[in-house]
Ligand binder design. Structure first.
Ligand code: ADP
Length: 628
């Protein structure tokens, strides 16, 4: 039994191919985690790094509380089952299962007990004296499972174990492996390219594409709330329908307008998390709707299409069709404008029928046409509201508040501007007050829909806030973006300060032992790195690390100013930025500019800053990779 933690894991192969990027997950004891994605997306590489069969380029891997990056595979207490079974052909089933235990010098009686117990669980007791070639694929895969089982490992790793089996056997083995997981009460990590296997077996699924994790979630969350178009299309059969559309809000409705002039409407309340900038009738949006979330009518409202094929599967019918062109003409031609609908209890639909599709408004998905990311995130990334300049103040969210000098400079002479405010930047306070229309629990956070005009301002609120309350709040001015007439004029201040610099080591003799000291440099200032971080950088980049430049991301909250006599980095103050609630100094040091949080009464022209190495994250500048 064990939990696992993968923290910012990367794999760069010797040929420079980046197979796995920034993979992080906390796996609880007894979870059944599935890595799924198309061939080449990095599933096996990740699994092999967990097994210890592949080195980890960067990042930390913990099994239980132990960092195992450099631990031999045999010491990790994990067992791996491969697609190819990897059985010894000249040994009997019993010998194959006993082999690993004999290598570990386990006493024969105990080996026998374990093999018999595993054989019984897997229903292969009667084959123990057979050789692998005398068995079917399914039986051989059971032996491979048995060989893993007898070791009683903390973690089971399974790499496409069913892909050599025929469809019927696969379905049966799926159920068996799930049952095995339940009875063993052990952590399973299972790799497959088959989304049905993933959906039916995993307690959580990691969807990967081209080396990047796309989403980590439960099967139902992946199905209901895919993070992007890739996940939406990958999970579910037949695949989700996608259409190029624009969205236009009209009061309580949002019209989904298709290229051919057709449109359907969904209530605004169902899609209120979509940012208003997508509801302008022109921004390209991808509309997604699953085949099972469309109803068909012979006449009436909806998306008109011609039926090109019908598959009657008994319990359900899959209807294939094509939308009409911009002239309202239908063609059966085999290009574009496809729609697939899954219906039950309908045997009246025939090829050539012209029918109407009505999407279920509770099941619609919308994605940014360019980034392909969902427009319906559980927590909207930001709210945009308009502000009006009024003397020294700004009118915003029905209140008049002092205008921070930084805002004034940014907007220049403009009389109106827009603020994009992330929900996290709305905090209890006294500047504004809006009514809480609704509260939604999102994971362990509470998302409040604050009523603002005919739409909502989304905020994260504490447990004491109730629906119907008047919520008094302030805005963290440094966390917002400003724009004037659609052009961004001020960006939010990031949490970290990014600076670049060198990395070095010194060797010293201490108590007769050779001891290494590693340092992060920015200009003339150096802080000593923890030895394990130093060794990590060295192990990733080799001795080139002492010539390379690294990006150091320093937690801004932890940067302090120190007296001139103390160790630190000298910085020249270029400007003071007064945000009202906080003040920053824009400073320059070692030809690099960054923002420093200062007291409101700060007036110095020169400062000396210092930081601790534990508040620094180190990134490679050669390839985009977090090292430690
Ligand atoms: P998956 O298991 O998802 O099919 P892999 O983890 O096997 O994918 O491979 C991920 C990527 O890394 C692929 O592009 C593959 O070609 C590449 N790759 C795998 N092994 C090596 C290797 N030893 N050297 C270089 N590239 C490799």
């Amino acid at each position: 039994m064990a939990n696992l933690k993968l923290s910012h894991i990367y794999k760069v192969y010797d040929n420079g191919h980046k197979a796995v990027n920034d993979f992080s997950i906390d796996i609880a004891d007894r979870e059944f985690i599935v890595f799924v994605g198309p061939s080449g997306c990095g599933k096996s590489t990740t699994l092999r790094m967990i097994a210890g069969l592949e080195t980890i380029t960067a990042g930390d891997l913990f099994i239980g509380d132990t960092l195992v990056n450099d631990m031999e595979p045999k010491d990790r207490d994990i067992a791996m089952v491969f697609q190819s079974y990897a059985l010894y052909p000249h040994m009997t089933v019993y010998e194959n299962m006993a082999f690993g235990l004999r290598n570990r010098k386990m006493p024969e009686p105990e080996i026998k007990e374990r093999v018999l117990k595993a054989a019984k669980m897997l229903d292969i007791e009667e084959y123990l004296e057979r050789k692998p070639k005398e068995m079917s694929g399914g039986q051989r895969q059971r032996v491979a499972l048995g060989r893993a089982l007898v070791r009683d490992p903390k973690v089971f790793l399974l790499d496409e174990p069913l892909s050599n089996l025929d469809a019927k056997l696969r379905a049966a083995m799926r159920t068996e492996i799930t049952a095995l997981h339940k009875s063993l009460k052990t952590t399973f990590i299972y790799v497959t390219h088959d989304q049905v296997e993933a959906m039916t077996m995993g307690t959580r699924i990691v969807v990967m594409k081209l080396g990047y994790v796309q989403q980590i979630d439960t099967p139902m969350n992946l199905y209901n709330e895919p993070y992007n178009k890739f996940v939406a299309g990958f999970i579910g059969t037949p695949q989700m329908n996608f259409f190029d559309v624009t969205l236009k809000r009209d009061g309580a409705s949002v019209f989904v307008n298709f290229g051919n002039g057709d449109s359907v409407s969904v209530p605004y309340e169902k899609v209120s998390k979509i940012h208003s900038r997508y509801l302008d009738g022109q921004t390209p949006v991808t509309f997604g709707i699953r085949p099972e979330h469309i109803t068909l009518a012979k006449d009436g409202d909806g998306l008109k299409f011609i039926v090109t094929n019908v598959e009657r599967l008994g319990n359900e019918t899959i209807v294939y069709g094509k939308l009409g062109d911009s002239l309202g003409e239908f063609t059966m031609k085999d290009e574009g404008n496809n729609i697939i609908v899954k219906v039950v209890d309908r045997d009246d639909i025939e090829v050539g029928d012209v029918v109407y599709a009505m999407p279920n408004p509770n099941k619609v998905h919308f994605f940014d046409a360019e980034t392909e990311v969902t427009l319906m995130s559980k927590i909207p990334p930001y709210n945009t509201v308009e502000a009006k300049v009024s003397g020294n103040a700004m009118e915003l969210l029905y209140s008049r508040v002092a205008m921070p000098p930084v805002f004034r400079t940014a907007v220049g002479g403009a009389e109106r501007f827009e603020l994009s405010i992330p929900p996290q930047a709305i905090v209890p306070g006294s500047d504004f007050c809006l009514k809480v229309g609704r509260i939604e629990n999102v994971d362990d956070q509470r998302l409040a829909y604050l009523e603002y005009g005919d739409s909502y301002l989304f905020a994260l609120v504490g447990d004491d806030v109730r629906e119907g309350d008047d919520y008094a709040f302030s805005i963290l001015n440094e966390k917002v973006n400003l724009s004037v007439d659609g052009a961004e004029v001020l960006q939010a201040v990031e949490d970290d300060v990014s600076v670049t610099g060198r990395f070095s080591k010194t060797e010293a003799r201490e108590n007769g032992e050779r001891v290494m000291h590693f340092f992060y440099h920015v200009g003339n200032y150096a802080v000593e790195a923890a030895p394990e971080q130093g060794y990590k950088i060295n192990s990733i980049d080799g001795d080139a690390c002492y010539k390379n430049t690294y990006r150091y991301a320093v937690n801004r909250q932890c940067i302090r100013t120190v007296a001139p006599g103390e160790d630190g980095l000298d910085a020249k103050v270029l400007a003071l930025l007064d945000y009202g609630n906080v003040t920053f100094a824009r400073v320059e040091a070692d030809s690099q500019e960054f923002l420093l949080r200062v007291e409101p009464n700060f007036r110095a022209e020169q400062v000396r800053v210092a930081w601790n190495s534990e508040d620094i994250s180190v990134y490679s500048t050669a390839i985009d990779m977090k090292i430690c």
